[in-house]
Ligand binder design. Structure first.
Ligand SMILES: Nc1nc2c(c(=O)[nH]1)N[C@H]1C(S)=C(S)[C@@H](COP(=O)(O)OP(=O)(O)OC[C@H]3O[C@@H](n4cnc5c(=O)[nH]c(N)nc54)[C@H](O)[C@@H]3O)O[C@H]1N2
Ligand SMILES: Nc1nc2c(c(=O)[nH]1)N[C@H]1C(S)=C(S)[C@@H](COP(=O)(O)OP(=O)(O)OC[C@H]3O[C@@H](n4cnc5c(=O)[nH]c(N)nc54)[C@H](O)[C@@H]3O)O[C@H]1N2
Ligand SMILES: [Mo]
Length: 748
């Protein structure tokens, strides 16, 4: 590259929003904020280094032990042989063919969970699912690590798919600003997390909404283990992780004891309070769920609990619950109980009242937007019916044929022989990674498409180098955003990387499925096809979008779909007309007691919300593991993406662990010290940040470091998932329990 080739500046988008990219020749040299973004994120700063990083997969690579001996036990320890594309594709296609002929398509696991990258056509999960469907199907996964547990439990309560309510029909920020007087945030609302949103968020605005809340005199109360989970200016009630249900029950107890419950609301809109009340008041089990009972469990004093309950009953109160609460053992309970508490307050369906979920978890939630559909690649039909709850992947690999429970059903785990992953990094995201490392030895073959040599790519048998979004043309848009982007190919593919589409087309051709997969279209044809379908649907909704060539010229446009007046939420409509708009629950009402759930007979998720202590929490701390580890999302990146470049910054790894001064001084730890974090499942290194912004007894280590440990080795980068436990939230939800773990910490 010559230094006098011209610098070009264009805009692209990503899950963390739009940004400008400067290129010179075939290199990305810098990024800059998108001018219209009021709170731009620093996440893209490391993009140039990451895209051109030495850890890019440059050529198709096959693991030596697998190729030469069919060995599956040395994944992660072996070296790779680089092959020309045609040879590698021949080998992969022959192996897929062997597995499906010998064992059937239900021996192929293609769940392939992960965020991959923004861009409507080159969406890795859509691509891998469409490919696997075109060759006869695959075992899929249900739900997400984000909200798997909520997706299982909440339809029993509100009769609506959780994400439909969460993304599309709860109160908007504007409605909250106009009406709410008390905002009670279990798990906080963290602008750090709203930097990202699936498919992109262009105008980051969560922080500025809190400025408006404060200016309007709203009281915002963050309840959880970390002060920093909410913007400055919010009150903080320090809480032990995993104990929210106990606190919510005690708040409900105060309402009942002090005559503050709205029984008219309960009578008209809910079912089952009569069956819940004896548990709440203690007739059922001899234990009233009073503030005195809850205080030692959750760490909030009885006086504070009573004062909060009274305030909630006397002002317009919105209870918000972070997704993190259901990413813990028995995560069904705080979700269900928050709905019961809101029902007892009688404000569900009033503007700025009731309960809402996941505000701040991703930037799109709370924005009011006319939803345009379209631009989704059709994944085709999957003839295989087996689906596992997404976070049960290690159980599945370790226990073929064993039965497992999930939301009232009992099925055997399929017998998986081949795993195909594209667009996810399970060796970052799954719990108890040392156990997962063993489970990963079970399948005969693992194929991964990846731009980088992640921990997952390093543990695959066949690795196909995938392009990043900066190396291919695409369209960027999200249903929660009012901008539309042409994402230009900014640079040519790095190394011999190919688009996922071309990788799958190459395999489909070899497996006699080319017509079904490609329908005779090139990538460019597909983009035009999807875009034209979208434009037609948008026009039918009264929204004009430019034609593709115009969009390409303009790079981006803003669509007139932002709504200043938010439509009434789903539950507001129910409140206005409870018969005409009866909920799709068996009773047509909000279910405080669910006969359906009770009928499952699960002791870990009975017919109404209950306090069930998590398997690991401060109430069961041991001498070996006295501290509760929470592992939040990283503020400086999206999960494990761009990690390669971030890890190069001097002093950046191992990851930073936040610890309370009391716990630090007991261990002789000061800020900056190098630490060992450990429990019976594994150990990793971390760097200490001593801060009283965290509850005593709790430590926080964000996710995202590239795992490089094993059962006998310490993970040097600080991936918390060597420490987390791999258990489902309950037999009902089977979500991931990432925030439930006890550890100890020592200075190195
Ligand atoms: N302890 C703990 N663990 C957690 C959580 C937690 O709170 N605590 N949170 C969980 C949650 S909610 C989530 S969503 C998961 C996130 O886990 P993942 O979604 O698996 O994490 P990412 O790092 O985003 O993984 C995406 C991968 O796709 C690759 N990729 C990007 N673009 C492309 C592409 O175009 N093609 C291909 N083939 N690959 C591409 C990236 O390089 C990256 O390796 O983590 C979960 N794990
Ligand atoms: N910058 C950035 N933003 C992201 C992501 C990212 O990787 N980077 N990932 C995105 C994804 S995929 C998701 S799913 C969302 C997740 O959004 P959330 O689930 O809201 O995020 P977390 O960071 O896991 O947790 C938020 C906080 O919950 C608190 N917490 C943990 N356990 C408990 C508990 O038992 N009770 C209470 N009250 N609080 C608890 C912790 O202190 C933690 O900091 O974030 C999204 N946003
Ligand atoms: Mo997530």
């Amino acid at each position: 590259m010559s230094n006098d080739s011209p610098i070009r500046t264009r805009v692209t988008t990503s899950h963390w929003g739009a940004f400008e990219v400067q290129t010179r020749g075939d290199r990305i040299i810098a990024t800059a904020p998108f001018a219209a973004d009021p709170e731009p994120t620093a996440i893209p700063d490391m993009l140039p280094q990451a895209v051109h990083h030495r850890s890019r997969v440059l050529r198709p690579s096959i693991r030596r032990g697998w190729l030469e001996r069919g060995d599956r036990h040395t994944r992660g320890e072996d070296d790779f042989i680089e092959l020309p594309w045609d040879e590698a594709l021949d080998i992969a296609a022959a192996e897929i063919e062997r597995v499906r002929k010998t064992h059937g398509n239900n021996a192929i696991f293609g769940g392939s969970y992960g965020w991959s990258s923004a861009g409507r056509f080159h969406h890795a999960q859509s691509q891998v699912h469409r490919f696997l469907n075109s060759i006869g199907g695959y075992v899929a996964s249900f739900g997400s690590y984000s909200t798997g547990c909520a997706q299982a439990i909440m339809p029993h309560v509100f009769g609506i798919p959780f994400l439909q309510y969460n993304y599309g029909s709860q109160d908007s920020w504007q409605t909250i600003a106009d009406n709410t007087r008390t905002l009670v945030m279990f798990g906080g609302i963290n602008p750090k997390n709203s930097q990202v949103s699936m498919g992109g968020i262009t105008e980051h605005e969560t922080g500025s909404w809190f400025e408006r809340f404060r200016a309007g005199g709203m009281r915002c109360i963050n309840i959880g283990p970390q002060r920093t989970d909410a913007p400055g200016g919010c009150d903080w009630l320090a809480l032990r992780p995993g104990s929210d249900t106990a606190l919510m029950l005690a708040l409900a107890h105060v309402l009942e004891e002090e005559g503050l419950t709205d029984h008219a609301f309960l009578d008209r809109y809910t079912t089952g309070f009569d069956r819940f009340r004896p548990y709440l008041m203690g007739q059922a089990d001899g234990q009233p769920k009073s503030p005195d009972w809850a205080a030692p469990l959750c760490g909030v004093s009885p006086e504070e609990i009573r004062a909060l309950a009274r305030r909630m009953a006397s002002t317009r109160t919105l209870i918000t619950v972070a997704w993190s609460l259901q990413r813990g053992h028995h995560g069904e309970q705080p979700y269900w109980m928050s709905a019961v508490l809101a029902a007892m307050l009688g404000q569900i369906g009033l503007p700025g009242g009731g309960v809402g979920y996941g505000y701040g978890a991703i930037g799109g939630i709370g924005r009011s937007m006319k939803r345009l559909s379209g631009m989704t690649l059709d994944q085709g039909q999957n003839p295989i019916s087996e689906v596992i709850p997404v976070a049960r992947v290690a159980d599945m690999l370790l226990n073929p044929g064993a039965p497992y429970d999930f939301n009232g059903k009992r099925d055997p785990y399929p017998d998986i022989r081949l795993v195909y992953w594209a667009g996810g990094n399970p060796f970052h995201h799954h719990q108890d990674l040392n156990r997962f490392h063993e489970a990963w030895k079970c399948p005969e073959t693992v194929i991964v498409n990846e731009p980088w040599w992640t921990a997952t790519a390093q543990r695959a048998d066949i690795v196909f180098p995938a392009t990043t979004p900066y190396e291919r043309e695409d369209i960027g848009r999200s249903t929660m955003d009012d901008y539309l982007f042409h994402m230009p190919a900014l640079i040519p593919p790095v190394g011999e990387a190919r688009d996922d589409y071309d990788i799958f087309a190459g395999l489909a051709t070899r497996l006699d499925a080319e017509e079904g997969f490609t329908e005779g279209r090139s990538s460019a044809d597909w983009i035009r096809h999807l875009y034209e379908g979208y434009a037609t649907e948008a026009a039918a909704e009264g929204i004009d979008v430019p034609d593709l060539d115009t969009l390409r010229d303009r790079n981006w446009v803003r669509l007139p779909i932002k709504e200043s007046e938010a439509p009434p939420s789903f539950l507001a409509r129910f409140r206005a007309d409870p018969e005409g708009r009866a909920l799709a629950t068996p009773s047509g009402r909000i279910e405080i007691f669910s006969d359906t759930v009770a009928g499952f007979g699960y002791d870990d998720c009975p017919g109404h919300p209950v306090w069930l202590p998590p398997q690991e929490w401060l109430g069961a701390a041991t001498q070996d593991a006295p501290l509760h580890l929470v592992s939040p999302q990283p503020g400086d990146k999206l999960h494990s993406q761009l990690e390669a470049a971030l890890a190069d910054v001097a002093g950046a790894r191992p990851e930073t662990l936040v610890i309370n001064p009391a716990d630090a001084s007991a261990r002789g730890i000061a800020t900056g010290d190098l630490l060992r974090v450990f429990n019976g499942r594994g150990a990793c290194h971390a760097r200490a940040l001593v801060s009283d912004d965290i509850t005593p007894g709790v430590v926080a280590l964000p996710t995202g470091a590239w795992y490089a440990g094993s059962r006998s080795n310490i993970d040097p980068h600080g991936n918390p998932n060597v420490l987390t436990q791999d258990v489902g939230t309950s037999r009902l939800g089977q979500g991931c329990s990432a925030h439930t773990a006890l550890v100890d910490v020592a200075k190195l």
